[in-house]
Design a protein around this ligand. Structure first.
Ligand code: ZN
Length: 437
C-alpha cells in the first residue's frame, strides 16, 4: 500500500459539504490534516483525478462490522425468528472468526468511501480490524442481559482484550444493546462509565408492543428478557434518566411527537438506517420531524444481516426514497441534504465535527475520490446529485484516512482477507457435527 501522502489531490469537482462545490477543485494534505481547500488553479493539480469528485469520507453512524459475513441470514422472517437464526449461527464462531469477518467489514467500508464508523461490537473484534485496516472508529462494546455486575465485568474483559488496538483514531465506547434486552440499572451503569454510548431504540412495532404490554412475538423470549416496564422504549429511558447527549440511538422508527420531544430535550443523537428498517419490515423513520426538533441525525448502514451491505451510496438513496415516499414530497430530502446527513450529520451525531465531516483546513484528511466516468449523471450538472444518485463502491477510486491511502482501486488487494471471512461464513452455514451417541 502507498505511504501516507503530503501534497495535493484534485478533480473536476470538490464537494467540501461545508461550503459550495468547487469546480476544478483541489485539497492540500499535510501531516494527516487538510491544509487548504480551493481551486486547482490556485493550489495546483497535484494528483489529478479526471471525471471525478472529491468529497469528505462518509461517516457511517451505525455498523456491526462483525456481521459482515451474515448477509441473507433469516431473510423474510419476522424479527423474533430472524434474531434467533442470527444468535444460533454466531455461536459457531470463535474470536479469530470474529476478527476475520470484522476485517471484511472494515475493508468493505473503506471501499465504499467510508472513513469513520460508529460500530456496535459484540466481541470487540471490530476494534482490532479498524486498527489494522486504518478505519477511524468508535467501537461501542455491546452489553445485554440482566446481571449488571457480570455484564460490566464482561465489558472490562473485552476492553482489556482490545486495549492494544485503541488509539486517537480507534476509540472505545459502550453499547447497552436495547431497552428490551437491558434494564434501567444497566443503562445507568453504562452512562456512568463516561464513554460514548450507542443503543438500539424504538426500532419496531414488536419492540413497542413488548415494552408496553409484554405481548406479541417476543413472548417467546420472556424467560431471557428483562420484565417489560409497561411503557415504550423512549419513555422508559427518559423516566430512568438514561437519555444523554453522549448517546447515539440507532433507528428511532417508532417514535411519537412526545418521544421526539424527549429525545430533543436530552440531546440524544439518532442514527438513521433506512435500508435495515425497510428490509426488516420495521417502517420509515420520521427524519424530517426528528431534524425539525433539532435532533442531531446521522446516516448508518447497520450490518449486511439486515441491510445487505455497507454500501453508503445505496443507503443515501434509500434515505431519499424513503423520505420522499413517506411524505409524498419530492423536496423532502435533496441529494445535497442526504450527503450532509452522511458526512457532517453523522459527525455531529458522534460529537466529532471539530475533526471530521467536511473538507476544511485543520480537519483530518479523511476523504474519498469518486469517479463519475460514464455515469448517467455525467457530464455533471449538480455534483451532489451525481455522487448520491450516480455513485457506487465500484466508482470509489481512493479513500484517505488521516492522509493515508486505505483503499485504492486496482491497488488494494483484499483477496486473502475476503477468503478468511468466507471461511467463517461457511462455518456458520454448516450445522455443527452431531454429538457422539
Ligand atoms: Zn444495529
Amino acid at each position: 500500500m502507498m505511504r501516507g501522502m503530503n501534497g495535493v489531490v484534485s478533480a473536476d469537482w470538490v464537494l467540501p459539504v461545508a461550503g459550495d462545490p468547487i469546480e476544478n477543485g483541489a485539497v492540500v494534505v499535510e501531516g494527516g490534516r487538510i491544509a487548504a481547500v480551493g481551486s486547482a488553479a490556485e493550489l495546483g493539480a497535484g494528483r489529478r483525478f479526471d471525471s471525478a469528485v472529491i468529497l469528505p469520507g462518509f461517516v457511517n453512524a451505525h455498523t456491526h462490522l462483525e456481521y459482515a459475513a451474515y448477509a441473507g441470514f433469516g431473510d423474510g422472517l419476522e424479527f423474533g425468528h430472524w434474531i434467533t437464526v442470527h444468535m444460533e449461527r454466531k455461536r459457531r464462531l470463535d474470536w479469530d472468526d470474529f476478527v476475520a469477518i470484522a476485517r471484511c467489514g472494515a475493508a468493505e467500508c473503506l471501499r465504499s468511501g467510508v472513513t469513520t464508523v460508529a460500530d456496535a461490537s459484540f466481541s470487540g473484534a471490530a476494534a482490532v480490524a479498524c486498527a489494522e485496516l486504518g478505519l477511524r472508529a468508535i467501537v461501542y462494546l455491546e452489553v445485554f442481559g440482566q446481571d449488571t455486575e457480570q455484564l460490566l465485568t464482561r465489558f472490562r474483559e473485552n476492553k482489556e482484550r482490545i486495549a492494544g488496538s485503541l488509539s486517537d483514531r480507534v476509540r472505545v465506547g459502550v453499547s447497552p444493546h436495547a431497552p428490551y434486552t437491558c434494564g434501567a440499572e444497566l443503562y445507568a451503569a453504562c452512562l456512568e462509565l463516561g464513554l460514548p454510548v450507542a443503543t438500539h431504540l424504538a426500532e419496531s412495532n414488536d419492540e413497542q408492543t413488548w415494552m408496553r404490554y409484554g405481548t406479541g412475538p417476543w413472548e417467546q423470549f420472556a424467560d431471557i428478557l428483562p420484565t417489560p416496564p409497561g411503557e415504550t422504549s423512549v419513555r422508559f429511558l427518559a423516566a430512568h434518566g438514561a437519555l444523554s447527549p453522549t448517546m447515539i440511538a440507532a433507528h428511532c422508527v417508532k417514535v411519537d411527537a412526545h418521544e421526539i420531544a424527549l429525545l430533543a430535550e436530552h440531546d440524544v443523537a439518532v442514527a438513521h438506517c433506512p435500508r435495515s428498517n425497510a428490509y426488516l419490515g420495521c417502517g420509515i423513520a420520521p427524519v424530517a420531524e426528528l431534524r425539525a426538533a433539532g435532533i442531531r441525525v446521522g446516516l448508518g448502514t447497520d450490518s449486511p444481516n439486515s441491510a445487505i451491505s455497507f454500501d453508503m451510496f445505496d443507503e443515501l438513496r434509500a434515505a431519499i426514497f424513503g423520505a420522499r415516499a413517506r411524505t409524498e414530497r419530492a423536496d423532502a430530502l435533496s441529494a445535497k441534504e442526504a450527503l450532509e446527513l452522511a458526512t457532517m450529520g453523522s459527525a455531529r451525531a458522534l460529537g466529532l465535527t471539530a475533526e471530521i465531516g467536511s473538507l476544511a483546513p485543520g480537519k483530518r484528511a479523511d476523504l474519498a475520490v469518486v469517479s463519475l466516468a460514464g455515469s448517467h449523471y455525467a457530464p455533471i450538472e449538480d455534483p451532489a446529485a451525481a455522487v448520491v444518485f450516480g455513485g457506487s463502491p465500484e466508482r470509489v477510486l481512493l479513500t484517505l484516512v488521516e492522509g493515508e491511502p486505505r483503499y485504492e482501486r486496482g491497488v488494494t488487494d483484499c483477496r486473502e482477507l475476503i477468503d478468511a471471512g468466507a471461511q467463517a461464513r461457511l462455518r456458520m452455514l454448516r450445522a455443527p457435527a452431531a454429538a457422539p451417541a
